[in-house]
Design a binder for this molecule. Structure first.
Ligand SMILES: Cc1ncc(COP(=O)(O)O)c(C=O)c1O
Length: 396
């Protein structure tokens, strides 16, 4: 079958593929510990579910305004005001079918052939793919463990060209859990302030934060805010991954363009989800706080355990629900005759030899690491780490 050139190099999301594999193995009755998950293991809070049920019963089941209902836009505007001290109008907000859809619309609205977009690595797997689908070139800016996977502004400066249109920031980060402080963001701002480079600030893990206060790039001042498009959503903070709700805030021309694209593709996000979204943002927040406390317990446990496994080291992430341990010291070692030379080989060995799924760092542009999601019960985490430790201790 002849397919369009744009799908020639497009690979399905590796994280979703790994989760699908773990699910399929579980369905076959195999006792897999799945550390690949990119979603909270908590249920959507009941008050949010009730709002959706009421929406269905009340007949709120038809098309809505393409970019989202005013009621939800206003709830988002209030969230920005209260949580982030940022002011937006309805014209500066769009609601789409998940954070992913927001980013897709944004890339389509902003980028084209000849444009370059800076993507710090390790990166969330979809950024380079979406930029490429828009015809532009992702320029990967490597960061290392020595800076806690933060951007080195000298290297950022070297990556800038007249073609650079934007930089993608993701704090707290998937896959590293890295969180940027105001000072660190300011150093990035100082590097780009004399250019017209835009900042895509993916803040989807904003509420899953364990040590630092959250600061958005848009908080750095009027000019920084003007060049920032904030991407956020309800998937992670409210355990609503299946409801497909994300939103963006930024320049009204960009939001209008994104809304036009959305009007010619998906139309509005689901009417029922939008009503649930209003309740998520306006209703009680104690379930979110409980979830964060539970994630923090697991985070502390998992970091401590990982650092006792021979050949593995892990810096403490400050947000999201992932750890990104360094496994490069295991390269060159063998397990039952199979030599490990890459994160992909280690991940498949872990699945075959210990029934544990993780995502290889290579998928995030960072060889030598694996991503472990701690969106799992402590009992599962303990079981998975016991198995991993057992396998690693038999590598030589
Ligand atoms: C960094 C990051 N941005 C955006 C998304 C998209 O989230 P959603 O499920 O709302 O599309 C994800 C989901 O994994 C993510 O990790």
């Amino acid at each position: 079958m002849k397919l369009a050139l744009r799908v020639g190099n497009l690979k399905p999301s590796p994280t979703l593929a790994i989760s699908a594999k773990a699910k399929a193995m579980k369905a076959e009755g195999r006792d897999v510990v799945d550390f690949g998950a990119g979603e909270p293991d908590f249920d959507t809070p009941d008050n949010i579910k009730d709002a959706a049920i009421n929406a269905i019963k009340g007949g709120f089941t038809k098309y809505t305004a393409v970019g989202g209902i005013p009621e939800l836009k206003d709830a988002i505007i209030d969230k920005f005001k209260n949580d982030n001290t940022l002011e937006y109008t309805r014209e500066e907000i769009i609601i789409s079918c998940g954070g992913k859809h927001v980013l897709y619309n944004l890339c389509q609205a902003l980028f084209q052939q000849g444009d370059e977009v800076i993507v710090p690595a390790p990166y969330w797997v979809s950024y380079p793919a979406m930029i490429t689908l828009a015809g532009a070139e992702p320029v990967i800016l490597n960061t290392g463990e020595e800076t806690g996977f933060r951007i080195d502004t000298e290297r950022l400066k070297e990556s800038l060209t007249p073609k650079t249109r934007a930089i993608v920031l993701n704090s707290p980060s998937n896959p590293t859990g890295t969180v940027y402080s105001r000072e660190e963001l300011m150093a990035i701002y100082d590097t780009i302030k004399d250019t017209d480079i835009l900042v895509i600030s993916d803040e989807i893990y904003e509420k899953l934060l364990y040590e630092e206060e959250f600061v958005s790039f848009a908080n750095l001042g009027e000019d920084a805010k003007k060049r920032t498009i904030i991407v956020n959503g309800l998937s992670k903070s409210y355990a609503m991954t299946g409801w497909r709700l994300g939103y963006a805030a930024g320049d009204s021309d960009i939001i209008r363009a994104m809304t036009s694209i959305q009007s010619q593709s998906t139309s509005n996000p689901t009417s029922i989800s939008q009503k649930a979204g209003v309740e998520a943002l306006r209703g009680r927040q104690d379930d979110v706080l409980k979830m964060v406390q539970e994630f923090d317990k697991r985070r502390r446990y998992i970091i401590e355990r990982l650092n006792t496994i021979k050949g593995v080291s892990c810096i403490a992430p400050m947000g999201a629900f992932y750890v990104f341990p360094n496994i490069s010291k295991l390269f060159g070692l063998s397990y039952k005759g199979t030599k490990v030379l890459s994160s992909t080989e280690f991940s498949s060995l872990l699945l075959k030899g210990a029934l544990v799924t993780v995502v290889p760092g290579a998928a995030f542009g960072a060889e030598g690491y694996i991503r472990i999601s701690y969106a799992k019960s402590l009992k599962e985490i303990e079981k998975g780490l016991d198995r991993m430790e057992g396998l690693v201790s038999n590598m030589d």
